[in-house]
Design a protein around this ligand. Structure first.
Ligand code: PMP
Length: 360
């Protein structure tokens, strides 16, 4: 069976090696006579998987003991609420950057919990972009500053994170976690659904500074408190064992490739090839401002927008799937996370040239 080039924004393509390994181990996990899907989450087989996934993420992100790695459920969307519930404090307020659809959603949830101050609002900017540091108005009394490191729909990405002094940054890194190196120290909380860069849907990766996990009011439901996950090592209840197992394999695959430093240059090169193809022709037009372009989600339009449907259909016929832009914005989007192969990017660039020749 031939695998297609899957440009889907998430759930997204996984390393083929990882899928094959999971397949080999599926019915009988390491001679235990049962699948990891059937194993107790407190048994020795799963405990080793859980610990490997946790320590691989800590190693990839170069975390000190000040941070805990948690495995939660409910996707990044649940974190939109849990972050303010745990961190805003009674009568507190937080700074938020509105940079597009995903931050807007995070803001909507935070407003249900407490006071939100907009540190910057570029959600309607055209071309789409992230704010410049000098555009931010930061409230020194804010409990934290929330930002979306990569806007999956708009195709924009923070290139340098803002200096917030003592105020911790809370980041939705759903679509670029572990895709590039960065200094974790200014961050108090990082969350991401696994289904783009780290594994399948069903587990949310949360990295929290341990002292911040203590901020939550004790009256919050037990499983809504980060504290519980820190204290019980994400085993207060049954964790999503299979997604975490796949995360352990994907993170091992990443470490084998030299960790984030190893994959970062490849990610940049993949994106640069596509942006060069877009910029090199009037037939295509990038939708994000050059200084905010995402290395993960490359968004573009065709000069003749009526041709986009044909472009996407024809690409799919040639084994390049998932290129349709988000329904809220249309256009074309190539999502090229860590596991997306370089050859797939080359194939798309060739296809773009051919398509232009035929239709330009
Ligand atoms: N934030 C960002 C940046 C996303 O890309 C997505 C999903 N595409 C979400 C949040 C929502 O994640 P989930 O479906 O895991 O709740």
């Amino acid at each position: 069976m031939a695998r297609v080039y899957n440009f889907s924004p998430g759930p997204a393509t996984l390393p083929e090696e990882v899928l094959k390994e999971a397949q080999t181990q599926l019915a009988d996990y390491k001679g235990s006579g049962m699948s990891i899907l059937e194993s107790s989450h407190r048994g020795k087989e799963y405990s080793a998987v859980h610990e490997e996934a946790r320590s691989n993420i800590a190693e990839l992100l170069n975390l000190t003991e000040d941070y805990a790695v948690l495995f939660m459920s409910g996707g990044a969307s649940t974190q939109f609420a849990l972050a303010p519930m745990n961190l805003m404090g009674e009568g507190g307020r937080a700074d938020y950057v509105d940079s597009g659809s995903w931050s807007t959603k995070a803001i909507k949830e935070a407003r249900k919990i407490g006071e939100v101050h907009l540190a910057a609002d570029v959600k309607d900017a055209s071309p789409a972009r992230m704010p410049k540091p000098e555009e931010l108005t930061l409230d020194p009394g804010a409990a934290y500053l929330h930002l979306t490191s990569n806007e999956t729909i708009a195709g924009t990405q923070w290139k340098t994170f803002p200096d917030t002094g003592e105020v911790p940054i809370v980041a939705d890194m759903s679509s670029d976690i572990c895709s590039r190196t960065f200094d974790v120290n200014p961050f108090g909380l990082i969350y991401a659904g696994a289904q783009k860069n780290l594994g399948p849907a069903g587990v949310t990766i949360v990295v929290i500074r341990r002292d911040l996990a203590e901020r939550a009011a004790g009256h919050l439901p037990t499983l809504f408190q980060y504290r519980t996950f820190v204290e019980k090592d994400s085993l207060a209840n049954t964790p999503p064992v299979f997604p975490i197992y796949i995360v352990s394999l994907v993170t091992r695959w990443l470490l084998d490739k030299g960790g984030i430093a190893g994959i970062e240059q490849q990610n940049r090169d993949k994106a640069a090839k596509l942006y060069a193809a877009i910029d090199g022709s009037d037939f295509y037009r990038g939708t994000a401002a050059a200084d905010s372009r995402s290395d993960m989600n490359v968004t573009f339009r065709l000069a003749e927008e009526e041709l986009e449907k044909t472009f996407i259909e024809e690409a799919a016929r040639q084994g390049m799937k998932g290129l349709k832009g988000h329904r809220s914005v249309g256009g074309v989007r190539a999502s090229i996370y860590n596991a997306f192969p370089v050859e797939g990017v080359d194939a798309l660039v060739d296809f773009m040239k051919e398509f232009e020749k035929k239709n330009g």
